[in-house]
Design a protein around this ligand. Structure first.
Ligand SMILES: Cc1cc2nc3c(=O)[nH]c(=O)nc-3n(C[C@H](O)[C@H](O)[C@H](O)COP(=O)(O)O)c2cc1C
Length: 177
């Protein structure tokens, strides 16, 4: 899939079919994570791949906003090191790359950040120096995603030109174009 097409068609998925995701696609998702650039190339992140149904159930129980992960085919716990002040930026980059790599193969994904941290740390053996920043669940969507659209603000509400508050038309007239 073309990259732009992948970005504009990807929606977060929270309902999954029980069709298995082939292991090659799972590997590509992890490879996309590995190849993501991190601040100063520190690669401070670590990833826990969760495949086992019982462990997916535990993940759901350890969450406050992602109980749907129970029905995912697999999930990835993204751990980052909060000593780096850019660790959340890194987490976002790695998340998006994994989601796009999956969606390129029509595998949907959803994330959650509402975590019962102590419980999760105990259940998955997470060391104190790493933060469980994001959990992403993957699987084929339960329903066709075509026809669904993103609810997003229009560009003219989001983008200013050259200076905060300046719309495109005012910039164009200011410069005589
Ligand atoms: C920082 C962040 C935190 C999020 N936390 C949750 C969460 O805890 N649970 C959840 O179901 N979705 C979570 N989401 C997913 C958002 O709700 C989703 O990206 C947004 O609704 C847009 O979805 P769409 O691309 O399908 O339109 C989170 C997204 C981001 C970027």
């Amino acid at each position: 899939m073309d990259t732009f097409e992948c970005i504009i068609t990807k929606l977060d998925v929270r309902e999954f079919s029980n069709q298995d995701v082939p292991s090659e696609i799972r590997s590509k998702v992890l490879e996309a994570a590995r190849l993501t650039g991190s601040g100063l190339n520190t690669q401070h992140w670590r990833f826990i791949l969760v495949n086992d149904k019982q462990n997916l159930k535990k993940l759901a129980e350890d969450s406050t906003s992602g109980s749907w992960v129970r029905d995912a085919n697999f999930a990835v716990i993204v751990l980052t090191n909060p000593e780096y002040n850019f660790h959340l930026v890194d987490a976002g980059r790695v998340l998006q790359n994994m989601q796009l790599a999956a969606w390129n193969h029509e595998v949907g994904s959803g994330l959650f950040t509402g975590i019962r941290e102590e419980k999760l740390r105990g259940d998955f053996g997470i060391p104190n120096e790493l933060s469980p920043t994001i959990i992403v669940g993957f699987g084929y969507p339960a329903r066709k995603m075509t026809g669904k659209s993103k609810k997003r603000l229009p560009l003219d509400r989001l983008v200013y030109y050259e200076k905060y508050g300046s719309s495109k038309s005012s910039t164009a007239s200011d410069s005589g174009r």
